[in-house]
Design a protein around this ligand. Structure first.
Ligand SMILES: Cc1cc2nc3c(=O)[nH]c(=O)nc-3n(C[C@H](O)[C@H](O)[C@H](O)COP(=O)(O)OP(=O)(O)OC[C@H]3O[C@@H](n4cnc5c(N)ncnc54)[C@H](O)[C@@H]3O)c2cc1C
Length: 442
């Protein structure tokens, strides 16, 4: 659909999406006095409210997983907020900064204006002219799962984005594919509800939930790992949990609780599920990652003369369970009683609505710290946008600060006129907005 050339409204910045990234952008734009609108197709922090399973809690403690300016009401600093507490928090924060959010408004397309500066933002409620657009539509937008297992073999197959609780699944056993934070937590919950569970474990990191009295988010901070600017070439999913007050994901414990660990799910063939011969390798690589972090933490304690209690138990991994040393490679789901598969296999992004020159040859956003290759287009909340922390709450806060500052700087250039021609800023709309208004009324 082509954007209507006749916008009914103009603003300097349209922020698309009112999750944590869009709200952070709004807070910084307001601080800098930049007029803007936040357009949200659902509700503020809707993915926290409606896009997660019922028992999800934040993966980091409340002192860490929040914006710097406001604490999470009713949640102690070392506690883990529930998903609804997180959604309430972002709603309260948005109100506290008077974020100009319009909910229930979907952005259908953004395209550059012809013969005029800025962009046409076509929405479900009309067309808006904007000098800048910030795409804050989320790191995890469209669930993906490989369609490698036929529905005739296991009829009930959902993505982790659709999982809510064990009661939603038909009776019987469950194969959970993917053992990052989502897959491992969902598998634990299903097992605790009495289900037979197979967990398909790919390559992963599994940091300790806490070590020597400090949560792993603290360790990532002091060791400078949140600030890593690019993933290692062998970067893999991270398994860690805030559930039940927070705990380390230990695949030996999951096996001891009755979960059958299997390798990466490869396909189905001849009425059976097939698993790769990589389970032991994945488990031992995850163990090595844990031990490496413990060693780095110990070195940090030593180097800085800290008095943190020693914690030897975490170094003692214990023997590998039988399901790892003698893994199941092929499984008839009917004989094993598996009636559901939950694919915890991640997400991709969809920017098909953003019809501008801000993408690389592979269709990925082309940007530097969120400032795209198309002047006036910005991204927020993407994984590794500027650093490891970028898709997390505090990380997007800092990225939003940078993006808002960039817009403010461009605005100062646009507003500049030699001193004799300068009009007092308080009496006139900024120059880009003025230009847009003139063009619209033409
Ligand atoms: C299971 C899970 C657990 C997580 N736990 C944590 C955690 O504990 N701590 C942490 O820091 N991070 C966590 N994250 C990562 C991240 O914080 C969340 O994904 C968070 O929701 C991202 O916020 P966001 O604002 O960038 O994007 P989103 O929350 O995805 O918000 C994007 C918004 O844009 C809207 N939107 C999309 N397209 C349009 C459009 N065309 N027009 C208008 N609106 C649109 C959507 O409705 C949505 O509300 C978790 C992620 C997942 C998947």
């Amino acid at each position: 659909m082509l954007a209507s050339p006749h916008p009914t409204e103009t603003t300097e910045v349209v922020v698309v999406g009112a999750g944590q990234s869009g709200i952070a952008a709004s807070a910084h734009l307001t601080r800098l006095g930049i007029p803007h609108l936040v357009l949200e197709k659902a509700d503020v922090a809707d993915r926290w409210r409606h896009g997660r399973w019922d028992s999800l809690v934040a993966n980091g403690p409340a002192w860490h997983d929040r914006f710097p300016d406001m604490e999470i009401p009713g949640v102690g600093p070392d506690e883990f907020a529930t998903k609804d507490q997180m959604a309430d928090y972002f709603g309260a924060f948005a109100r506290s900064v008077d974020a100009p959010v319009r909910t229930g408004v979907e952005v259908l397309s953004v395209s550059r204006r012809e013969g005029a500066s800025g962009f046409l933002v076509e929405t479900s409620e009309g067309t808006i002219a904007a000098g800048n657009v910030i795409a804050a539509t989320g790191p995890f937008q469209v669930p993906v799962f490989p369609r490698i297992i036929g529905g005739d073999l296991v009829p009930h197959q959902i993505h982790s984005a659709e999982y809510r609780n064990p009661d939603q699944l038909p009776d019987g056993g469950v194969l959970v594919v993917g053992a990052g934070s989502s897959g491992a937590q969902i598998a634990e919950e299903l097992r605790a509800a009495g289900r037979q569970v197979h967990l398909s474990v790919g390559p992963h990191d599994r940091p300790p939930r806490s070590y020597r009295g400090r949560d792993f988010v603290w360790w990532l901070g002091v060791l400078g790992k949140w600030d890593a600017t690019a993933p290692d070439s062998d970067h893999v999913t991270i398994a860690v949990s805030g559930a039940r007050g927070g705990h380390t994901i230990d695949f030996r414990e999951l096996a001891a609780a009755g979960i059958t660990l299997v390798g990466r799910t490869e396909a189905s063939a001849g009425g059976a599920l097939r698993f790769a011969d990589d389970l032991q390798r994945n488990i031992t690589a995850g163990d090595a990652n844990l031990l490496e972090l413990l060693a780095e933490a110990d070195a940090y304690v030593e180097a800085n003369g800290l008095d943190l209690p020693e914690e030897h138990e975490l170094h003692e991994l214990g023997p590998l369970p039988d399901c790892v040393t003698d893994p199941v490679r092929s499984l008839d789901p009917r004989a094993a009683g598996i009636t559901s598969i939950i694919w915890a296999t991640g997400y991709v992004q969809d920017f098909s609505w953003l019809r501008v020159d801000a993408f690389d040859g592979a269709g990925r956003p082309a940007h530097l710290r969120g400032v795209s290759t198309e002047s006036g287009i910005y991204f927020l909340g993407l994984p590794w946008l500027s650093r490891r922390g970028s898709s997390f709450i505090w990380g997007t806060w800092h990225d939003a600060m940078h993006v808002a500052d960039h817009i403010a700087t461009r605005r100062r250039y646009a507003q500049y006129a030699p001193s004799a021609q300068t009009s007092p800023p308080s009496q006139a709309p900024s120059r880009p907005a003025q230009q847009l208004l003139e063009e619209i009324s033409r």
